[in-house]
Write a protein that binds this ligand. Structure first.
Ligand code: ZN
Length: 197
């Protein structure tokens, strides 16, 4: 089933989502939420979807970066972003337990800010602890684009959108960003747009 993805302005995107108890995770309600969120993410398509984006204020997100999504991106850009396929998985009650000091800047977008994109600085690698959909504790070590996806989804669970972290002068429609900046290094984009950071 495809769920409705709420857009910026809906208050649920600004609330801190509540953590899920282990028995709740195993309940039919949450198990079917996971299945519906997986279908909704694939249908969008997107590489991550957090429960608040479908109007449910719980600390749960689904993530998947399929190799077919990479077909439209040049090998150089994939390499620059360190973007590699990520298998479908579920992240519940996540906490960042360690991270790199290095920040990396690229355009990113959000299914709840539909049609737009901006440059966002993210930690180049992070480790998180969370539960999976079987309520088992797991640790995930992520770098490159996967680390960006995780940070973006975890932000959603705490009421933060990428627009809170973006370099505001780079805010653009996706169409214009692809037309003007597709193969342009982020530093050059920022310089040409008069970004002070
Ligand atoms: Zn998002």
């Amino acid at each position: 089933m495809r769920l409705k993805i709420v857009q910026a302005g809906e208050q649920v995107l600004r609330q801190q989502a509540r953590a899920l108890a282990r028995d709740e995770i195993l309940s039919g309600d949450i198990q079917s939420l996971v299945a519906h969120m997986r279908d909704t993410m694939r249908d969008a398509p997107g590489v991550g979807l957090a429960a608040p984006q479908v109007g449910v204020s719980v600390q749960l997100a689904v993530i998947e970066d399929r190799v077919e999504y990479h077909a439209r991106i040049s090998p150089q850009q994939l390499e620059l972003r360190k973007r590699r396929p990520v298998e479908f998985h579920v992240v519940i009650n996540p906490r960042i337990v360690s991270s790199s000091e290095e920040l990396v800047e690229f355009f990113e977008g959000c299914l709840s800010v539909s049609g737009y994109t901006a440059v966002v600085a993210r930690l180049s690698s992070i480790a998180i602890e969370c539960l999976n959909e079987r309520a088992q504790p797991v640790r995930l070590d992520a770098s490159g684009w996967y680390a960006r996806i995780l940070q973006h989804e975890i932000d959603h669970l705490f009421g933060t959108l990428y627009v809170d972290r973006m370099d505001p002068r780079t805010f653009s429609t996706i169409e214009n960003a692809e037309r003007h900046w597709r193969e342009v290094p982020t530093e050059v984009v920022k310089e040409r747009l008069g970004s002070k950071r």
